[in-house]
Design a protein around this ligand. Structure first.
Ligand code: AKG
Length: 335
């Protein structure tokens, strides 16, 4: 049964976004923090043992420890992500994807799936376009990651623009989950109300430093668009739901603490995900309960298999749809 009221569903369809507080129980959020503390501990130990960082920073709490290790080894962000890397070239044989039980519990959380069910019905597939974004205070972001939205700034975009064309008719919904309370000061999302209504992609430019960071140029956003920007603060455990065409971005983190979120995506079961290299799974189903993935071990093996197929060349296509916007690189509007 869906969790959202008629009024909330109407607001989502009118505005293209909806902030829902108190979706995840404190226990679910705390389990993620504990799991990530252990993950960070393992990662910094390995980085230290292989001489890539000068200390494991054992006495620091999670946020400062992550920031300290990241400043020495920017690749750390990729080692804690819940996705494999998005590039084909030089795909790392030892690429990591974090698929722990606490993250799986969040992905399949009944309260979260109830919200999604209100929007797309009860046959729900977890879409593998998903990331963790642990954002340091702006001045502590390593220079090489400043343009990368996992760590640094998030420019204006529509989520549909990051998918392969195969997903053009897919009704994917983004669920942006706050692990730390997100405020305007620490870099919450912001959106332009109603910007999804045409149901089409506007022009994006390929990112300047990082091509995969597609952005909508200021002139396409227009003065009117910029004036209508709405900040979307949300407390820890709350969720921001986004239509696939909603134009949105995130504010920079101006505080001295990390800002931590996960962005997850769900689509009606059976629709293409837009990232065929990576595994989708059925998270809720009445019609076909046998198709459900029920634990993190099963989910982990799906990612392991995806990794193997990419490395062996069995998966031959691009991982990310770079072609969608790269052709715009020379347009004056993208200069
Ligand atoms: O958290 C962020 O900075 C950006 C997330 C985002 O834009 C998304 O999930 O589509």
């Amino acid at each position: 049964m869906g969790a959202l009221t008629e009024k909330q569903i109407r607001a989502f369809h009118d505005q293209g976004y909806l902030v829902v507080e108190n979706v995840l129980d404190e226990g679910v959020v705390k389990a993620i923090e504990d799991e990530y503390s252990e993950l960070l501990d393992r990662e910094v130990t390995e980085l230290f043992q292989t001489g890539r960082i000068s200390s494991t920073y054992p006495h620091l709490p999670f946020g400062p420890r992550y920031v300290a290790a990241l400043s020495e080894e920017p690749a750390l962000f990729e080692r804690v992500n819940i996705s494999l890397p998005l590039y084909n070239e030089d795909f790392p044989a030892d690429a990591k994807v974090h698929t722990g039980p606490a993250v799986f519990a969040m992905l399949t959380d009944p309260g979260l799936l109830d919200c999604i069910e209100s929007l797309i019905g009860p046959e729900i597939q977890s879409n593998p376009v998903q990331h963790v974004r642990i954002k340091p205070p702006e001045e502590s972001v390593p220079q090489s990651l400043a343009e990368l939205s996992y760590v640094g700034k998030t420019t204006w975009h529509q989520d549909m623009g990051a998918l392969m064309d195969e997903a053009d008719d897919t009704e994917v919904v983004t669920a942006w989950v706050a692990i730390t309370t997100a405020s305007r000061d620490n870099g919450c999302l912001c959106a332009i109300p109603g910007s999804h209504k045409k149901g089409e992609l506007v022009l994006h430019c390929p990112g300047k430093g990082i091509a995969a960071e597609n952005y909508i140029p200021a002139s396409v956003l227009g003065e009117a668009g910029k004036k209508r920007v709405v900040p979307l603060p949300v407390r820890r455990g709350g969720v921001v739901l986004l239509n696939r065409y909603t134009q949105h971005a995130a504010f920079p983190n101006k505080t001295d603490q990390i800002r931590w979120s996960f962005d997850l995506r769900y689509n009606p079961a059976g629709q293409p995900s837009g990232r065929p290299a990576f595994p989708s799974f059925v998270a809720r189903s009445i019609d076909d309960p046998k198709s459900l993935i029920r634990d993190a071990a099963q989910w982990t093996s799906l990612w392991q298999e995806a990794h193997r197929r990419i490395l062996s060349g069995q998966y031959e296509g691009p991982i990310f749809n770079a072609d969608r916007w790269s052709k715009n690189a020379d347009l004056p509007i993208c200069a």
